[in-house]
Ligand binder design. Structure first.
Ligand SMILES: C[S@@+](CC[C@H](N)C(=O)[O-])C[C@H]1O[C@@H](n2cnc3c(N)ncnc32)[C@H](O)[C@@H]1O
Length: 342
């Protein structure tokens, strides 16, 4: 009996398996950032023995690790010497201001482990991080100076390309002042101020953030033009300015808190002023922006009530708070900004 040759099947398990095992590649990259592979290679190509010794790798692991990074297209290898790809050189060398590895460092130190409890979060709706005991997530996170530094640096890593898009896309020419509410290290504050020298910028965040913010702003030579205002956006009014920026802030909180923060921004703005919200805004049909939806699951892991939202959701909350005109505009990657005018 002859059997029929297997017909090429359009329904393949390849995509499922690739997604299911994606954590192998992800953790390999995160460990490479932790070990400083890309910073070591920023000075020039290196051989396997040089990298093995310089990074403290075990001989059993080094070759597979580095060749996996080549196969993952994050390193190159020519004539036995490893080198950064152009992307790795620009974005993963710790010595460059364009470094975005802060987010990956935090993912490695915190999120990778916490996401191991995703199933528990899905069943209980409870955070799985330092605030698992029910405390305020930022109080729990900032209790350790090292965690504070890692977290605030991570925010710069995720926000720099978004901030560059905001600096280019928003009509800053008519604006004199802006406040970046929940500014973290000041990656967004500094990027907008650097791109538009006529602006005066304020970063508003919890007092613990001030030294980290001021060191970063000084490093970007903006100390004269960008200042920090310590405060608590639940207890204090927001500083007034022509534009209030809220990036990755609303998604940390439950719906009543989101609405209260939008209301506080409305109260602080002058007539004609603007609230500029940016987040990984989910598409209105909730079926395309996988990063935004996964970010929302990250809020499940990280916060007691936070979630990401669609542009239509945010514009509805803005209009309910009194904003007369609202619009959405795409930014970098899966991020967008929602703009409300008072
Ligand atoms: C997820 S981070 C976003 C950082 C930054 N805007 C960005 O997009 O990279 C949220 C920020 O809100 C700040 N924050 C949390 N609770 C706050 C409060 N009660 N008052 C002021 N800032 C607060 C945190 O310290 C943190 O810097």
């Amino acid at each position: 009996m002859t059997s029929e040759p297997l017909a090429p099947d359009a329904v393949s398990p390849a995509g499922i398996m690739q997604l299911g095992m994606a954590f192998w590649g992800s953790k390999t990259l995160l460990s490479a950032v932790e070990l400083g592979v890309f910073t070591a290679l920023a000075t020039g190509p290196k051989t396997l023995p040089e990298l093995q010794e310089g990074l403290g790798l075990h001989p059993r692991a080094a070759r597979d690790f580095l060749d996996a990074l080549v196969a993952l297209r994050i390193l190159d290898r020519q004539d036995g010497r490893y080198a950064n790809t152009p992307e790795a050189d620009r974005y993963l060398d710790r010595a460059k201001p364009s470094y975005v590895g802060g987010l990956l460092e935090m993912a490695n130190r915190r999120l990778y482990g916490f996401w191991g409890n995703l199933t528990e979060a899905l069943r209980t709706g409870q955070p799985q991080n330092e605030s698992k005991d029910g405390s305020n997530p930022f109080t729990a996170l900032y209790a350790s100076p090292e965690q504070l530094q890692t977290f605030l640096g991570a925010m710069t890593g995720v926000s720099l390309p978004i901030a560059q898009a905001i600096a280019a896309a928003f009509p800053w020419g008519d604006v004199r002042s802006f406040v970046d509410v929940g500014c973290a290290q000041g990656g967004c504050t500094a990027t907008i101020a650097a791109a538009h020298p006529h602006l005066s910028g304020t970063g508003f965040d919890l007092p613990a953030v001030q030294p980290v913010f001021e060191a970063y702003i000084a490093g970007r030579n903006l100390a004269g033009r960008v200042r920090f205002q310590p405060g608590n956006f639940f207890a204090d009014p927001l500083p007034t300015a022509d534009v209030i920026v809220m990036g990755h802030v609303l998604h940390d909180w439950d719906l009543p808190t989101k609405q209260a923060l939008i209301g506080k921004a409305y109260a602080a703005l002058p007539s004609g002023g603007t609230l500029l919200v940016y987040d990984a805004i989910i598409d209105d049909a909730r079926r395309e922006n996988a990063f935004g939806l996964l970010m929302s699951l990250n809020m499940l892991i990280e916060t007691p009530g936070g979630f990401d939202y669609t542009g239509a959701d945010c514009m509805g909350w803005m209009r309910a708070a009194g904003f007369s005109a609202t619009r959405a505009q795409g930014l970098h990657g899966s991020h967008a900004m929602i703009i409300g005018t008072k």
